[in-house]
Design a protein around this ligand. Structure first.
Ligand SMILES: [Fe+2]
Ligand SMILES: [Fe+2]
Length: 140
């Protein structure tokens, strides 16, 4: 299949999945958390991280090689966003584990985790849209 179609479909998938988790978060109890951590970990390991990796190893160098003017800055920006989202996904995973394992975890911890899920959802959506709009038309 065309790599562009794959990328665009993956963006959609990535954008939808955390929204689903966010819904789970609002009604979650600590037992469900075990499943939630597993799902989130699976999402980042199987979809998000390989996607970032593919862009950084294949797509970005290809575009830079083609020599589009002013692309360096955009690509640096996108790579920095990858890095920050990676770190946030790690933090979400850590916090989920804490909530699951630490009997002293509070409602406030749960709210913090929920807020992080909301943030990462927005960031993933905006990042994907930015690439769809500014970057991928150049691949055609
Ligand atoms: Fe990206
Ligand atoms: Fe992407």
């Amino acid at each position: 299949m065309d790599p562009l179609i794959i990328l665009s479909q993956t963006h959609k998938k990535i954008a939808e999945t955390p929204l689903m988790y966010q819904k789970i978060m609002t009604s979650i109890n600590f037992t469900d958390m075990v499943e939630y951590v597993k799902d989130l970990d699976e999402l980042s390991r199987e979809i998000v991280l390989p996607h970032f990796d593919y862009e950084e190893k294949e797509i970005f160098p290809d575009l830079l090689f083609k020599g589009f003017p002013d692309l360096n800055k955009l690509i640096e920006e996108l790579k920095e966003e990858h890095k920050q989202m990676n770190e946030k996904l790690d933090r979400i995973k850590e916090m989920s584990k804490k909530l699951r394992d630490d009997p002293a975890a509070t409602q406030k911890d749960k709210e913090k985790l929920s807020a992080l899920c909301t943030e990462i959802t927005r960031e993933l959506v905006e990042h994907g849209q930015k690439e769809d709009e500014k970057l991928f038309p150049l691949l055609k």
